[in-house]
Design a protein around this ligand. Sequence first.
Ligand code: HEM
Length: 147
Amino acid sequence: MYQFVLITHILAATLWTGGHLLLAFGFLSAALRHRNVALIEAFEQRFEPIGLPALVIQVVSGLWLANALQPDWSRWIGFSDPASSLIFLKLLLLLSTVALAVHARIKLIPNLRLATLPALAWHSRGVTLLSVLFVVAGVGLRTRGFG
Ligand code: HEM
């Protein structure tokens, strides 16, 4: 069961983080260079139906893995030990990701046009950085810290 959950977690991570790296360094730079909003709309239409379920899988599998590593949930909030600190970091990254995702869905994507493209660009770079930090924190949990 543990290996199955970890494999699921890593596969969904490749989708979420990989998709955002492709958006930030592929589609976004081309859309800004060619002032072409349609490139982003096409990406969002294809990525969102698989990206959001991948994030849900990350949360469910991540909480399961965190419980396997540290069954005392009260220690998830705080820096009492390396594993708890990294789980806390994951929860903070999740909170930030959900806040940015909701803001994009409500404010930016419905009114996407050339004038709002730079705002979406910074926004996507933020979500991409958070998604990479998720991977770094995950490897830190796997290797029991970075010492
Ligand atoms: C988009 C969000 C996320 C991404 C991209 C992500 C990515 C990763 C990666 C790449 C690993 C390393 C796997 C390995 O080296 O074997 C990992 C491990 C882990 N992640 Fe996540 N993660 C995400 C969300 C979460 C969340 C929300 C939690 C819950 C607190 C979480 C908890 C864990 C735990 C506990 C491990 C260590 C598993 C172990 O080695 O036993 N992750 N994550």
